[in-house]
Design a protein around this ligand. Structure first.
Ligand code: MOS
Length: 702
């Protein structure tokens, strides 16, 4: 068969709308998720979580449980294999001990994994897990986050805790307008559709694991380190993923399944229940943020301080970097940001939906709105007057900062110019109406990846990359990127992903997935194109070319590289019931080249939807008495549902990162940033009342 690469006369696949290549499989049930893949001789493990909020395990009543029907074993700190945990993984951080299960008898929080009961069937395992009695030496616990905790400290680690320049107090004193307010956001949970699940099998000395993850290489790397295996002795597969939102790294299920499979010499699956996810898979820390702004009469910032306090567990320091967004968004003569953290007897928080930027932008973008009111300047104009020339903290040039273009286009589409700035003056029957806006940004990062592209003898092409498509449409985006690089129609390209045997790649997180993988796919495909001789023959085994972007990414110029957005919301507020309804939202983004407008729109609409959810619904309430959560399920933990989501429009302005082979920046998370602030600012405009604590519940509106 001959292959004659031809430059397409028509525009390429990138930039045109394509439905998901796996869409039919998903809607017909043919797509197999982590818990669907059959294994011969499969046993089932169910985690037992601590009911104590702090203390030590005194005893586990394993005897009676081992006599229950179908029960095969009970793993716990007294019999589990020892893991290696003193390492720094590929993301530059040590492992969260919550995943390294059963290594000691200490209980650091309610809902800590204390045992795994393994049985022939899931039902037998669940019954036995429910029957397992655990006694504890209980110690007093402390789960109360507050702004004045004396044991809070500035975060260190891989992100600087504190940045400062200039004399803050002097600039505040010299400012015509000063704002000093506290903003709070509650504990929030990922609440993705598919719970965590892992199935492990040992084949000789090789660990074969099927799970649902946001980073094939990441999970494989962590498991290799924990179990002291050569990286080649671990295979991780994750073919379809029903959402992650930051929680699907290495977690207790993968580790417990691997331990149990080794102990029993047969495959073991560990699936979490929805309730278990609320304490073993991370969450977004609540934040208490203080923003101080000082501006001249024209609204130009002289002073900006953003301090964000978050909580973490006693076993792991995770910092929700709420103050980080101020380092990108606005400059001031005096500029100070600080991320603080306090260790409580709570589960470890983790990355969740624009970590840092989502809660940080709520505080900062509401503060800007309040400052605009004080200055008598339109909120968009205030932001435009404060557009920095370069990174406010880094001093680095921006790799394209098209925020103003987003605001201009957004204002036009939303009808912003007709807005009466006075609050509380528009009515629609029992509803008070208001509109609000906010800015958004999210870093555009890249992680090294490898990919392989094969020219098949039948004229088609196969891409292999260990990416995870967590529902974003990554598989489809990579198909389009490969098609353009190969100069063939998308129908001739098939993408296989979700298998660590395809070589290392970046994670499906940090809005970096498509950019990181697309770079590797484009590089391999371009290289393959060069090697295919027009009119030449392809052998039966095909011709395969591999890429590795490590060096190209290391050579990227140091710049402030971000995606940008302008968010708009219109709300209706019934002040007699406290009900807030979002009527419409618009987000306009500058997020690099858009690979697939259909799935990109989907991702961004999802981001705005989560913004509504954050503004009005989401709140996990911790019970000080038990140390656990009230209503740890999707009945008690409210997320925006279809009835809460009105007309949402998203669009983008032309944007292109010239340093990315495809021009991509990233759209994963920028959609949620600023969205909650836009809603809160609209609620103020409707009612004249500022809401500085999320969610804006009816009882807070009344
Ligand atoms: Mo996202 S919180 O980086 O999965």
């Amino acid at each position: 068969m001959t292959v004659a690469p031809q430059r397409p006369a028509a525009p390429g696949a990138v930039g045109t709308a394509h439905t998901r290549v796996e869409g039919r499989d998903k809607v017909t049930g043919a797509a197999r998720y982590g818990g669907d893949i059959p294994f011969d001789g499969l046993a089932h493990g169910v985690l037992v979580l601590s009911t104590a909020a702090r203390g030590r395990i005194l005893s586990l009543g394993t005897g009676p449980v081992l006599g229950m029907p179908g029960v095969l074993t009970v793993l716990h700190h007294g019999n589990a294999s020892r893991l290696t945990t003193d390492y720094v993984g590929m993301l530059g951080v040590p492992p969260d001990p919550t995943a390294a299960v059963f290594q000691h008898d200490r209980v650091p929080h309610a809902g800590w994994p204390v045992a795994l009961v393994v049985a022939e069937t899931p039902e037998q395992a669940r019954a036995a897990a429910d029957a397992l009695t655990v006694t504890y030496d209980v110690e007093p616990h402390d789960v109360a986050l507050s702004a004045d905790r004396p044991d809070a400290y500035p975060a260190e680690g891989h992100m600087p805790g504190t940045t400062e320049k200039g004399d803050l107090e002097a600039e505040l004193a010299a400012s015509a307008h000063v704002l000093d307010e506290e903003y709070t956001t509650p504990e929030e949970h990922h609440a993705m559709m598919e719970p965590h699940v892992a199935t492990a099998r040992w084949d000789g000395g090789r660990l074969d694991l099927v799970d649902s993850n946001q980073g094939i290489t990441w999970v494989a790397d962590e498991l290799a380190r924990m179990f002291s295996l050569d990286p080649s002795a671990v295979r991780v597969r994750s073919e379809h993923v029903g959402g992650g939102f930051g929680s699907k790294g290495v977690r207790a299920p993968q580790v417990a399944a691997a331990m149990a499979a080794a102990a029993l010499g047969r495959p073991v699956r560990v699936a979490l229940t929805r309730r278990q996810m609320f304490s073993v898979t991370g969450y977004r820390s609540p934040t208490v943020q203080r923003v101080r702004l000082g501006a001249g009469p024209d609204g130009r910032l002289r002073a900006l301080e953003h301090v964000s306090l978050n909580q973490t567990s006693t076993v792991y320091e995770f910092v929700e970097p709420g103050a980080g967004v101020a380092r990108t968004m606005y400059d001031a003569t005096a500029h100070r940001t600080e991320n603080r953290v306090v260790r409580l007897d709570v589960p470890s928080p983790t990355w969740m939906r624009a970590p840092g930027e989502a809660p940080g932008s709520f505080a900062l973008e509401c503060a800007l709105d309040e400052l605009a009111e004080k200055c008598g300047v339109d909120p968009i104009e205030l932001r435009l007057r404060n557009e920095p020339e370069s990174g406010p903290v880094s001093g680095l040039p921006f790799a394209g900062r098209n925020l103003a273009a987003c605001f201009r286009e957004g204002a036009r589409r939303f009808g912003w110019d007709a807005r009466d700035p006075r609050p509380g003056v528009r009515r629609d029957g029992r509803w008070l109406l208001g509109t609000g806006t906010a800015a958004a940004s999210f870093p555009a990062g890249t992680l090294p990846s490898t990919a392989a592209v094969t020219a098949e003898a039948d004229g088609t092409f196969t891409v292999r990359i260990s990416a995870s498509d967590i529902g974003t449409g990554a598989r489809t985006a990579l198909t389009l990127i490969a098609a353009d690089a190969l100069r063939v129609p998308a129908e001739r390209v098939r993408v296989h992903l979700g298998d660590s045997d395809f070589g290392p790649s970046g994670i499906a997180a940090g809005s970096m997935g498509t950019r990181s993988w697309g770079w590797a796919v484009a590089a391999a495909a371009e290289d393959l194109c060069e090697r295919l001789v027009p009119g030449g023959t392809v052998p039966p085994e095909g011709i395969t070319v591999r890429s590795d972007t490590t060096q190209a990414i290391a050579a990227l110029a140091a710049k402030e590289r971000h995606s940008w957005g302008a968010q708009f919301a219109e709300v209706a507020v019934d002040v007699t019931t406290g009900e807030v309804r979002v009527r419409r939202m618009l987000g306009v983004f500058a997020a690099g080249r858009i690979v697939n407008p259909l799935t990109a729109r989907n991702q961004l609409v999802g981001g705005l939807t989560w913004g509504i959810s954050m503004a009005l619904h989401e709140e996990a309430v911790r019970d000080p008495a038990s140390g656990g959560l009230y209503g740890a399920d999707l009945a008690g933990y409210h997320v925006a549902t279809h009835a809460d989501v009105p007309a949402i429009e998203v669009d983008w302005v032309d944007d292109h990162d010239p340093e990315d082979p495809v021009g991509i920046k990233g759209i994963g998370e920028v959609g949620i940033v600023g969205a909650a602030a836009a809603v809160a600012n609209a609620v103020w405009h409707a009612t004249g009342v500022r809401h500085r604590s999320l969610p804006i519940r009816p009882d807070r509106v009344l």
